[in-house]
Design a protein around this ligand. Structure first.
Ligand SMILES: Cc1ncc(COP(=O)(O)O)c(C=O)c1O
Length: 397
């Protein structure tokens, strides 16, 4: 059958339509790898980064006898929810197991919350720059993302006037999303920003997967939106980052804010969760041990990210590049001189044998920036940034 325009009707939905063409950078990366060694400074998989996050106790717990029984509970096993709730004690928070809902990942949590809060065509206010996956997660739920800016003036801030203005002129805004610490800026939500966001009178979804990765040492834990006592607040995290175990596929949503709003949120989410029942039993049975041991992997990651950041600062110090301020997470951003555009810089680095993410990948729009993963092993990282510095010096003259 032909549509009016005589174009063949596609059997596929608009929301599953993506540009499937390999982009030029991916092709250039393949060519560079064919030519020789490429130092990859975009490493994000902790299970292959020489960190060994799974403890022997964790392995044993995954093989325990209790994994043989299936208990199809929409929000997960009570002991799993209790273990997740107890894991927030180190933040000085007292979370009830009743307010924890297990998901297979943070991505699944986003999908559920977009379904819970928004209808097709509604909008979600999201930070920019931030996590590139939002675009896809939103497309699959047929919701629209409206970015609110994070501004840089030597430190990162939520542009609150811009956010308030967006809220006022977006009648279909259904939620505001916060990523704290943010990927890739490494910036964190401050108490006054949290209050201003709660004042917007929209449900708040706070992604806190990197909360326990403060690169800059501090005496107190980073602020969690779990401390909010008003509004409808959903805090997301999971073993993927908290325990550096993305393969376990256990994430969660924790409810905070005004308790009077919780009952209906839970009742609706329960039907959603019951429709999928996606979290496996073995990981739920092992969750308390995996969470108890998570600090071991985190300590190794923090030691690495801090070493790599110190290396980066030392090497970049004599060049025309600037490392942007950061507080937490696993990424660092370099601002480069505008003698070349961002694409040119990234391809020039690749020609020199180093692969970095262009800032555009995370929706940076302020001049040439590249993002480096501090999770990269120390030797590769030091060699990689050494090459970046030499390339910058050669280009700038
Ligand atoms: C901000 C942020 N949230 C969530 C995730 C992924 O979490 P999950 O593996 O639980 O989907 C990532 C992964 O990089 C991330 O950067």
């Amino acid at each position: 059958m032909l549509a009016d325009s005589q174009t063949p009707m596609s059997p596929f939905s608009q929301r599953s339509r993506h540009d499937l063409e390999e982009n030029e950078l991916t092709r250039a990366l393949t060519r560079a790898k064919e030519r020789g060694e490429v130092l990859d400074l975009t490493v994000s998989n902790p299970t292959t980064a020489g960190i060994a996050p799974l403890s022997d106790r964790g392995r044993l717990a995954l093989a325990s006898a209790s994994v043989a029984t299936y208990a199809p509970l929409p929000f997960g096993l009570p002991e799993t929810r209790a273990a997740i709730a107890a894991s927030t004690n180190d933040l000085g928070i007292s979370l009830s197991a009743e307010d924890v809902m297990c998901t297979a990942s943070t991505s699944e949590a986003y999908a559920w919350l977009f379904s819970l809060l928004a209808d097709p065509g509604d909008t979600i206010l999201v930070p920019q720059p931030s996590y590139p996956l939002f675009e896809y997660l939103a497309a699959y739920q047929s919701v629209r993302l409206v970015p609110y800016p994070l501004r840089y003036d030597g430190a990162w801030h939520v542009d609150l006037p811009a956010l308030r203005e967006l809220r006022a002129r977006e009648p279909r805004a259904r939620a505001v999303l916060v990523v704290s610490p943010n990927n890739p800026t490494g910036s964190t939500l401050k108490a006054d920003e949290l209050e201003a966001i709660l004042d917007l009178d929209l449900p708040l979804v706070s992604d806190e997967v990197f909360l326990r990765y403060p690169i800059v040492e501090r005496a107190t834990p980073l602020l969690s939106a779990l401390t909010a006592t008003r509004g409808l607040v959903f805090v997301l995290s999971g073993l993927s980052k908290e325990a550096a175990l993305p393969q376990m596929k256990l994430g969660w949503i924790a409810l905070a804010g005004d308790r009077a709003l919780h009952d209906e949120a839970k009742a609706r989410l329960e039907v959603l969760a019951d429709t999928f029942l996606s979290v496996g039993t073995p990981v739920q049975a092992a969750a308390s041990v995996l969470l108890e041991d998570a600090h071991l992997a985190r300590d190794r990651i923090l030691a690495r990210t801090r070493t790599n950041l110190a290396t980066l600062d030392r090497v970049v110090a004599g060049t025309a590049a600037t490392r942007l301020h950061l507080e937490a997470g696993i990424y660092a951003t370099l601002h480069l001189p505008a003698i070349a555009d961002e694409d040119t810089w990234v391809h020039t680095f690749l020609d020199a044998g180093v692969y970095v993410h262009p800032g555009a990948f995370f929706d940076f729009h302020e001049g040439p920036r590249v993002v480096l993963s501090l999770l990269t092993d120390e030797t590769t990282f030091a060699r990689g940034v050494g090459t970046l510095a030499a390339t910058i010096t050669t280009l700038v003259g």
